[in-house]
Design a protein around this ligand. Structure first.
Ligand code: FAD
Length: 402
C-alpha cells in the first residue's frame, strides 16, 4: 500500500494510525477528521469535562482538553482537521481509490474507516443539545447553573451521566425516558428499574414511559400532548453509526460498515472499526455494532495489522463502564440468549451485581461498585468456562469457575 488514509480522527482512527507506524509502515498516513480538534478521548466529556467550572469554557489546556498524548508530527502523520469525508470512489480493478472530502479529493492505497457515531436528534424547532463532542460539552457546560430547569431526553448511559453532573451543579433536572425504566435498552427494564431510585436520591425527577415527540421553543412536546417547559434541553437518545456518506461506495452497510472478524470489508485494502463498524464476531455468531471505548481501542491494533496483511481476529467480549450518581457501573459480555439471571447482593445496597447465564455458563455481568466481580467475570466470559453458581449468589464469596 503506497499510502493510507484514515477517515475519522477519534479513538479508533487515531490509534489505528499510530498503530500503523508502530508496526513499521513507512509511507504516507493521512487522517481526515471532521472535528477541528486533534484526536481526543470522549468518556471524560460527560464526567470531569462537563463537571468543570463554567470559567473553563473554550479554554484549551484545562480539564476540557482530553487530547491523546501522541506526537503526530513526530510520527509523520498528517492530520487534516475540520475536513469531512463526503464520498468514496473505489477503483474497479485495482486496490485503492479516491476519497472526496469537503476540501478536495485524496487518492489512497489503503483506507481505514473510523467515523464513529452520530447522536440521534429529535424533530422540532427548539434548541436541543447533544453530547458527542468536546464542542457539544463546551456549549452545554455554562448553561448548567443552579436553578436552571434541564429537560433530559433518555435515561441511558449518557443521560444518566449528564443528569448526575447537572444535579450536582444545582440544576432542576427532569429526565424523560420512553422505555419502562432507565437503561432498559441496555440491560432490560427489570434490572434497569433498580437504578431508578438513584435519580430520586439525587433530586432528579424521572418520568419513564414518557415519549417526547418534538423539541419546541421553550420546552418539549410529549406524546400525550403535554408541553414540558424547560430552560435547556439535552437529547441523549442514542447514536447511529456515521456511515451515510458511504451510501454510494459499493461497500456493504447494515447499520454499520460490514466487516469480517479481521475488520476487512469485501475489499481487503479497506478496513472499518470502532462505533461505525458492524464486525463479525465468531464468539457470538453474528455481526456486532458495539459503541464502547474498550472495543474501539482493541480494534485499532488489529485493524492496522489487518491492513498490512497480517492474519488477525477481532473477537472481544464487549466491556463498558459508566459513572452515575456516585456509582461505578460496569457491564461486560452480551446477555442475549440468557435463561437465568442471578443477583449478587441487593439493589438497595451500595454495591451489587447481576449475572446473566445460559445454564451454568456466564453470558454477561453488570456490576455496581463491584470492580473485582467485573474483573473475575471477564476472565470467565473470555474463556467461556462455567461459574460456580452457589458461590455466585453469595456476594461475600469471590466469583469462581465451577
Ligand atoms: P468517535 O470517537 O466518535 O470518533 C469518530 C470521529 O470521526 C469523530 O471525530 C467524528 O467527527 C469523525 N467523523 C465522523 N464522520 C466523518 C466524516 N464523514 N469525515 C471525517 N470525519 C468524520 N465508552 C465507554 O466504554 N465508557 C464510557 O464511560 C464512555 N463515555 C462516553 C461519553 C461520551 C460523551 C461519548 C460520546 C462516548 C462515550 N463512550 C464511552 C463511547 C466511546 O467514547 C466510543 O465508543 C469511542 O469514542 C468510539 O471511537 P470511534 O473512534 O469509533 O468514534
Amino acid at each position: 500500500l503506497d499510502s493510507i488514509l484514515v477517515v475519522g480522527g477519534g479513538l479508533a482512527g487515531a490509534h489505528a494510525a499510530a498503530a500503523l507506524r508502530a508496526r513499521g509502515y513507512r509511507d504516507a498516513i493521512t487522517v481526515v477528521g471532521a472535528e477541528p480538534h486533534p484526536p481526543y478521548d470522549r468518556p471524560p466529556l460527560t464526567k470531569s469535562v462537563l463537571a468543570g467550572d463554567e470559567g473553563d469554557e473554550g479554554d484549551e489546556g484545562d480539564e476540557g482538553d482530553t487530547s491523546f498524548l501522541t506526537d503526530w508530527v513526530d510520527l509523520g502523520i498528517d492530520l487534516r482537521l475540520g475536513e469531512r469525508a463526503e464520498a468514496l470512489d473505489l477503483h474497479d480493478h485495482l486496490a485503492g481509490g479516491v476519497l472526496k472530502t469537503s476540501a478536495g479529493a485524496l487518492a489512497f492505497g489503503g483506507l481505514v474507516l473510523a467515523t464513529g457515531a452520530e447522536p440521534v436528534r429529535l424533530p422540532g424547532e427548539g434548541r436541543q443539545h447533544v453530547v458527542r463532542t468536546v464542542d457539544d460539552v463546551r456549549a452545554l457546560r455554562p448553561l448548567l447553573r443552579p436553578g436552571t430547569h434541564l429537560a433530559l431526553v433518555g435515561a441511558g448511559w449518557i443521560g444518566a451521566e449528564v443528569a448526575t453532573v447537572a444535579a450536582a451543579k444545582g440544576c432542576r433536572v427532569t429526565v424523560l425516558e420512553a422505555g419502562e425504566a432507565p437503561l432498559a435498552a441496555a440491560v432490560g427494564a427489570r434490572i434497569g428499574a433498580w437504578t431508578a431510585p438513584w435519580y430520586a436520591e439525587a433530586g432528579v425527577t424521572l418520568r419513564c414511559g414518557t415519549a417526547v415527540t418534538s423539541v419546541d421553543p421553550g420546552g418539549l412536546c410529549l406524546a400525550d400532548g403535554e408541553f414540558l417547559a424547560a430552560d435547556v434541553v439535552v437529547v441523549g437518545a442514542g447514536a447511529r453509526p456515521a456511515v451515510g456518506w458511504l451510501r454510494d461506495s459499493g461497500l456493504e452497510i447494515a447499520r454499520g460498515v460490514v466487516v469480517d472478524e479481521s475488520l476487512r470489508t469485501a475489499r481487503p485494502e479497506v478496513v472499518a472499526l470502532g462505533d461505525c463498524a458492524a464486525w463479525w464476531s465468531p464468539r457470538y455468531g453474528r455481526h456486532m455494532v458495539v459503541e464502547h471505548w474498550d472495543t474501539a481501542l482493541k480494534a485499532s491494533e488489529l485493524a492496522a495489522a489487518a491492513l498490512l496483511g497480517e492474519d488477525v481476529c477481532h473477537d472481544p467480549v464487549p466491556y463498558f463502564w459508566s459513572e452515575q450518581f456516585g456509582r461505578m457501573v460496569q457491564y461486560a459480555g452480551d446477555h442475549q440468549g440468557a435463561d437465568q439471571v442471578v443477583l449478587r447482593g441487593s439493589p438497595e445496597d451500595p454495591e451489587w451485581a447481576v449475572l446473566w447465564l445460559a445454564g451454568d455458563r456466564l453470558l454477561a455481568i453488570l456490576t455496581v461498585n463491584r470492580p473485582r466481580d467485573l474483573l473475575q467475570a471477564r476472565r470467565a466470559l473470555t474463556t467461556g468456562c462455567a461459574v460456580d453458581l452457589p458461590a455466585a449468589t453469595d456476594p461475600g464469596t469471590a466469583l469462581r469457575d465451577a
